[in-house]
Design a protein around this ligand. Structure first.
Ligand code: DGY
Length: 322
């Protein structure tokens, strides 16, 4: 049997590309720029599988009507809001993701963002780099303590729980969370307490960290009204998806200082980041680095490979979402 053709939409760590090439007839995207809609459409018609990433917008118009040759979209990443699952199913395409292997990297980065925004690290670095630091003073760039503060987590899957563990055990933070699923077992394991609702969690927390997927239900979950429920001294952290926050309302809250600050790794129209946000000193802004460690990105690639391998071997698709 000839080896399946796998279109890989972005360059991946070398070890992953080598492992893929050993198993499949791989077509790489040498330019490493996001494929356009028509390019993705063609890839779905010319390949047996597509190994895609968050930068591939696989909407219904791109997937199009059957027949398609592609039988599997093996996503490199755990979030899959860029893929229209109903359209994929209708076209007879299965979809898999890479859960678990990026949990620690993303939770670590979340703690980094909490520290960065609370301790004004970005402001300090900008001050120093522009030659504006004239020496230590007792009142310069005072932030707030992270140790012992209250952390509200929205979305309590693997990453939310990993953040709770770090915050509780490492920083003595008091942790509450909200999730639409009953997760009492996980809560006990990480010493966190369930909040009754998002609205109950927001006024309580010093830090609000988002870890829910982007779905129609979570679109603009944090809007102007909910930002208004947060305390003036509180910070918003988003390593989930930009779509969960109404960015216009967030800019207004940061400009008017109705909240103290925000630390963001994801944006509504990535890679576009509004100029108003970029101009704010009380915002820490990263370019979607949640899973960006060599270890995590290699493990994600190898996990996508396992899904491809299992699928074409005719077995179960381990990380199937459609
Ligand atoms: C994920 O896995 O969802 C990361 O955000 C990269 O897509």
């Amino acid at each position: 049997m000839s080896r399946p053709v796998v279109r890989v939409t972005r360059r991946l760590p070398g070890e992953v590309e080598a492992a893929l090439a050993a198993e499949f007839r791989v077509e790489l995207n040498a330019s490493d720029t996001p494929l356009t809609g028509p390019e993705l459409h063609r890839a779905l018609r010319e390949s047996d599988a597509v190994l895609c990433t968050v930068t591939d917008r696989l909407a219904a118009d791109v997937i199009g009507a059957p027949p398609v040759r592609c039988r599997l979209l093996a996503n490199f990443g755990v979030g899959y809001n860029h893929i229209d699952l109903a359209a994929a199913r209708a076209a007879g395409i299965a979809v898999s993701t890479t859960p678990g292997v990026l949990t620690d990297a993303t939770a670590d980065l979340t703690m980094g963002l909490i520290l960065a925004v609370a301790r004004r690290m970005g402001e300090g670095e900008r001050l120093l780099r522009r030659g504006g630091w004239s020496g230590w003073t007792p009142t310069q760039l005072l932030g707030r303590d992270v140790s012992g503060a209250r952390l509200g987590i929205i979305g309590f899957g693997r990453i939310g729980q990993a953040v709770a563990r770090r915050a509780g055990a490492g920083f003595g933070m008091e942790v509450r969370f909200w999730t639409p699923r009953a997760d009492a077992h996980a809560a006990l394991a990480v010493g966190a307490e369930a909040a009754e609702s998002v609205d109950a969690l927001l006024p309580w927390a010093d830090f609000v960290s988002l870890h829910c997927p982007a779905t129609p239900e979570t679109h603009h979950l944090i809007d102007a009204r909910r930002l208004g429920l947060m305390r003036r001294e509180a910070f918003l952290i988003n390593t989930a998806r930009g779509d969960v926050v109404d960015e216009v309302a967030l800019v207004k809250a940061l400009q008017e200082r109705t909240i103290a600050g925000a630390a963001l790794d994801v944006y509504q129209g990535e890679p576009r980041v509004p100029a108003e946000l970029r101009g704010l000193e009380n915002a820490v802004l990263l370019p979607h680095l949640g899973s960006a460690t060599r270890e995590a990105r290699t493990a994600m690639g190898l996990r996508a490979l396992e899904n491809l391998w299992a699928f074409f071997a005719g077995g179960d698709l381990p990380d199937r979402v459609a």
